[in-house]
Design a protein around this ligand. Structure first.
Ligand code: MG
Length: 371
């Protein structure tokens, strides 16, 4: 009998982690993260994931409260106690529900970890990865001055990061990029606007063309491919889409329109590993490179991201920086630290990290179980 994927019960913990630094983007300032953790149990194994829904619908429209309610009242009841052939078959049970990619991803990702542990295989092998370490870049928040930005970049280059991404917003774009490029003429440099601009700002992006950025990430509205295509036609620097891509179909449409020439893949934003792999494959067919973005994950989500980043077309450094950069105490026992610009894939079955159950239960603001 081949093994089946049967989830007997599920636990959810909500843990508030203080960030080690103040992280400013065009959305505002973040100083902590409320992390929802899912633990699936079945066949004597456990599977782990963390959700990337935020308390307020700033990045995409999903919210933490809404996502967890959907998980508890709809998604888990649809799969608990039923045998599935694999994680794709499990995800098919809730594929007819629209949207809610982050809530769906939370369940699907934990199911992949549980399945990989059931088969005693590392997740990256099951996903079809081709490398055992992944290149790491860093995303730097908006700083109070150009000098502070250059300092911050210098420190992270010394730390070994292989790509620097600067968050920008209207009024804080060309000047900091000019300062950083003048100080570091040869580094791999990018910017991320998190949808803060419109086509009225086209001149800002034409001005950025002079700095040999690797790409400009999500300058325009989160749901607008046409305007991204119009902007791409007027600048040389490749656009990279993040917020706009929630599925492989989105990726196909965007790339058909030349609305971007790079894609940032986030597992939570696209509904799980299977869809993330399809986004990777569609992009590859268009000759478009992808890289793995971050949502300030703790070690659980970070480990998932590292495994995904082993696929062949993840050919640019991802936002999979060291856990210790963000957190004094992580949700997992294993350190996930960058060495010489690379994160090694955590060894062992599944995602290769273990829940720090003591820490998580002690610090949970809320927890519940579903059978
Ligand atoms: Mg982004």
């Amino acid at each position: 009998m081949p093994p089946t994927l049967t989830i007997t019960h599920a636990e959810v913990f909500l843990v508030r982690l203080p960030l080690k630094f103040r992280f400013e983007t065009s959305f505002g300032v973040q100083t902590e993260k409320l992390v929802p953790i899912l633990v699936l149990h079945g066949g004597g194994q456990t599977g782990l994931s963390e959700g990337v829904m935020e308390e307020l619908p700033m990045f995409r429209e999903e919210t933490l409260a809404g996502g967890l309610q959907l998980l508890r009242e709809v998604l888990l009841p649809d799969v608990l106690g039923k045998p599935f052939a694999n994680p794709q078959a499990l995800a098919a049970a809730f594929s007819s529900y629209r949207g809610n990619q982050m809530a769906k991803a939370m369940l699907e990702m934990a199911a992949w970890d549980l399945w990989a542990r059931t088969l005693d295989m590392p997740l990256w092998r099951l996903l079809g990865g081709v490398r055992e370490r992944v290149e790491v870049g860093v995303s730097l928040g908006i700083q109070p001055s150009e000098a502070a930005t250059v300092d911050m970049v210098a420190r992270h280059l010394e730390g070994g990061y292989r790509r620097i991404k600067l968050k920008i917003k209207p009024g804080w774009d060309v000047q900091p990029v000019r300062a950083v490029r003048a100080a570091f003429p040869d580094i791999k440099l990018t910017v991320d606007a998190n949808s803060a601009y419109t086509l009225e700002h086209t001149r800002v992006f034409q001005a950025l063309d002079e700095f040999q950025l690797d790409y400009i990430e999500q300058p325009l509205a989160y749901d607008d491919l046409l305007d991204h295509a119009a902007l791409q036609a007027r600048i040389r620097t490749p656009l990279c889409l993040d917020e706009s891509i929630t599925s492989a179909q989105d990726a196909r449409k965007a790339l058909s329109l030349d609305a971007g020439r790079v894609i940032n893949v986030k597992v939570g934003r696209v509904g799980g590993h299977a869809e993330a792999r399809r986004v990777h494959d569609v992009s590859q067919a268009f000759g478009v490179p992808v890289w793995c973005g971050g949502m300030l994950e703790s070690g659980i989500g970070r480990a998932h991201n590292i495994h995904l980043s082993t696929l062949a077309n993840f050919s640019k450094p991802g936002d999979t920086a060291s856990s210790s950069r963000y957190w004094t105490h992580d949700t997992v026992q294993e350190p996930l630290e960058m060495v010489d610009g690379y994160q090694a894939v955590p060894p062992g079955a599944g995602i290769g990290v273990t829940l720090d159950r003591d820490f998580v239960t002690r610090n949970a603001e809320e927890s519940w179980e579903r059978r």
